[in-house]
Design a protein. Structure first.
Length: 410
């Protein structure tokens, strides 16, 4: 085949199949980038009890674990109070059929906050294995399963102690599974080998406090940085070996939400949780203690607690468990607008220029980010919802209190 003929066929292919290559898997907490963003464009904006509902199926057990999607598989975690089982669930993402469920740990039931569940962490997958974490007594359990439901390995890298319960979600980096184990227990950050679960590196933290935050990994200032909130600090680590690049003390003891990175300004955006909430914008190019040198701005207005935010352009959209949603100018930290959209523990997602903002009543408000508050649609799934949405292959996947929903244009 000549080069000209090949190029002609390629042009025809792209014209006939314009969306080929745009579909994304949603492999872990907050999606492929760990920040709630998706490149999908062909998504439903409006739905109700029948319109644009591709499928709906019962999800057994109780849990706030968010769904993840890899091609035709959907995974999430759940717990059965009657038997004290903590379980990995696998569904067919195309039909909603429950394919299998596997008990990971059984018989221990840790204390927790009334708003938490015993299955609140979100699993992560590389398309070959599914990695997850539960608490078994005081032990942090990290386990890997194949797509048929066979356990490949289980590891216990440390202990975790908190009256609020457990909700940590592992992330993947190259051949490593990274887990945040910061608490009043051993308090650690560890990387495990994906193949066999052996510990690659383990950083013990002296400043014991609660952190339920899931780290993000970015190429920043010429190096790969794992942005971690815990040990009563904001810090960047080398994910290859666990060495610390830089840190900011505080701004308070505990963390819940995940950090996000704003591409337009080059700023990391981080909020602490307790006893005070502080929202910081940070230049991620320092070394050592940068507490007094790399914080660009700091504010308490719009600082968020449990839900993680989304950022696009010059905007940060943060939300609070009390329902107050803030749109913040990333350059200055000033609040552009504030609205009450209902009590919320789940985190929003961003796709095709729109923010899908869920609340605890299962109402998802679709917002167009901008200088003023603009609602595109309001949609309800008709039941409570504490899990965060997943987006994959032109569909929105929602986990309610009783059901899983697949939403798309039909």
């Amino acid at each position: 085949m000549t080069a000209n003929k090949f190029l002609s066929l390629l042009v025809v292919f792209l014209i006939v199949f314009p969306f080929v290559g745009k579909a994304q898997n949603w492999p872990g907490w907050r999606g492929p980038n760990g920040d709630g963003t998706s490149t999908e464009t062909n998504l439903a904006v409006v739905w109700d009890s029948t319109k644009n509902i591709i499928w709906k199926n019962v999800v057994p057990g109780v849990g706030h674990s968010s769904p993840i999607v890899w091609e035709d598989r959907l995974f999430t975690l759940t717990a059965f109070p009657e038997t004290k089982e903590k379980v990995l669930l696998c569904f067919n993402s195309l039909s909603g059929e429950l394919l299998w469920q596997k008990t990971v740990v059984k018989g221990t039931w840790e204390d927790k906050h009334s708003d938490n569940s015993h299955a609140s962490g979100t699993p992560v997958t590389d398309g070959e294995l599914v990695y997850l974490s539960f608490l078994d007594g005081d032990d942090v359990v990290v386990a890997a399963y194949d797509f048929s439901g066979n356990q490949v390995w289980m590891q216990r890298p440390g202990t975790f102690s908190s009256p609020h319960g457990y909700s940590c979600s592992p992330i993947l980096y190259n051949n490593k599974v990274i887990i945040n184990g910061n608490s009043k227990g051993d308090s650690f950050l560890a990387a495990l080998n994906k193949t066999d679960g052996q510990i690659s590196w383990n950083v013990l933290h002296p400043n014991k406090a609660h952190s339920f935050s899931t780290p993000i990994i970015r190429e920043l200032a010429g190096k790969t940085q794992l942005i971690f909130l815990g040990n009563q600090e904001i810090a960047a680590y080398n994910p290859d070996n666990g060495l610390k690049y830089w840190f900011i003390s505080g701004p308070s003891e505990d963390f819940c939400s995940s950090p996000v990175y704003n591409e337009e300004t080059g700023l990391l955006l981080v909020s602490s949780a307790w006893p005070q909430r502080h929202l910081l914008a940070v230049h991620p190019d320092g070394e050592g203690d940068v507490t007094d040198s790399k914080v660009v701005w700091r504010t308490t207005k719009g600082a968020y607690y449990v839900p993680s935010p989304v950022t696009t352009g010059n905007y940060l959209l943060s939300t609070m468990t009390n329902g107050r949603v803030h749109c913040i100018d990333v350059n200055t930290g000033n609040t552009l607008w504030e609205e009450n959209l209902g009590r919320q523990y789940s985190s929003p997602v961003l796709a095709n220029g729109l923010v899908y903002m869920p609340n605890d009543d299962g109402v998802i408000t679709v917002i167009k980010p901008g200088q003023s508050f603009e609602v595109v649609a309001k949609n309800s799934i008709g039941e409570r919802m504490n899990a965060s949405p997943a987006i994959s292959n032109g569909k929105i996947y929602l986990r309610g209190e009783k059901h899983l929903f697949c939403i798309g244009e039909n």
